[in-house]
Design a protein around this ligand. Sequence first.
Ligand code: NAD
Length: 481
Amino acid sequence: MDILTNFIGGQQAAPANGQYLDNIEPATGQVYGQIPDSDKQDVDAAIAAAQRAFPAWRKIDAERRADILMAIAYGIEARLDELAEAEARDNGKPVSLARTVDIPRAATNFKFFAQASSQFSSESHGSTDTAINYTLRQPIGIVGCISPWNLPLYLFTWKIAPALAAGNCVLAKPSEVTPKTASILAEICQQAGLPDGVLNVLHGTGARVGAAICQHPQVKAISFTGGTVTGASIARTVAPEFKKLSLELGGKNPAIIFADCDFDNTVEQVFRACFANQGQICLCASRLYIEHSIYDRFKQALVDKAAALSPGDPLLPETQMGAMVSEPHMNKVKHYIRQAIDDGGQLLVGGEQVTVTGRCEQGYFLQPTIFEGLDNTAVCNQQEIFGPVVTLQPFDTEAQALALANDSDYGLASTVWTADLARAHRMAEQLETGIVWVNCWLLRDLRTPFGGMKQSGAGREGGLEAMRFFTEPRNVCIKYG
Ligand code: NAD
């Protein structure tokens, strides 16, 4: 049995209340570990450690800070195999995906922000002949980073790295569903020379330890990635305290496929956008709008690919589709499949739970699932399913495609597939999403603003946006003469 601890003030620490939660491997349905069910007492201890660490960390030489963050990146790379297997076991994702995407990206997050910490500069405004203004950008102090289960270490480090790079001390809470790689990261940070108390990792539920982090008066900013309902609840908690808040929330992402697209490449990329990580990426496409003249051909190509993809043991290197993250989440996705059928949707492929023989017989596996025939107002075209379930709708004109795509409470990411450059620009300008990918999906440059509009969040992560979020600007005005 793998029993995890919190990481507070550079020490492994059991939860003060002595209580633990089970950690279940979704591919087998079996309990294989336990994690602290931490509460306010552990948050208080972490705050005390962070308060002790902050004065020295905020003043540390920028080059030394960058060296430590870079050493963390190398530490992640050195433990690639172990981290990839831990991620696959905790989350159900194929180990090949964890090894090629999740874990390398976690290392890149630290490299990127190590460089940012040594190169971050602030503004000056020498605009009049009476005075010059310059902006100090100072660390905020103690900040909270709360992340979800779908890209566990990838998103955990995407928050922690800029927070540390900007000179803050961090209380970080990984999802209770996928806790393991966060504990390994704590070890790596210590070995890399991160001073005690600068990063504190607290395990447990959102309602208990997550809420306690958000409520603590010494936590001055919260960076949160997760569901929209949770984000709204955190916003209600922190708004009266005027804490800085960054929210990366759910999505219902449209893919708009025009008849002039590069057909084979588009099928390939859109299929990946629909089903990568079992459809459990906030950026996954879930509403596919296909121009009428290629609708039947495109549909058939997707259905053929989906029929050929069957889930398997995430720990096997050849597996391309793994398990759903948990039984409750699988049941939620199954509920949406039933809803789509009740609403008159035609099931083109999938729709069933799958038994994977051998050690994974009790695991939570679903087939890739495609529906057509659902109106844009149908529940499955409006609510986030967050699983391997997508819907197809035909369109005739660009204006119609745009209207359908924008008819959503969410606004995270969209993709446009066309050879017409002018049309791509027109669509990009009018799509109500924080990210528009043209003829690609999930092609990332970490310098770009990342985040959503509408119910998909508030604020942006990435590059300078993140460094600005994790610093407090102070303007200084100096009169000449
Ligand atoms: P979730 O909202 O249930 O949980 C996310 C994290 O918040 C977990 O660590 C959880 O323990 C914690 N939490 C829950 N309640 C809390 C509270 N009251 N106070 C403080 N913390 C609390 O989300 P999830 O199910 O883990 O993740 C799936 C969701 O995340 C999906 O909606 C997905 O779209 C979204 N997501 C968004 C992005 C993005 O960048 N926009 C990226 C990945 C995932």
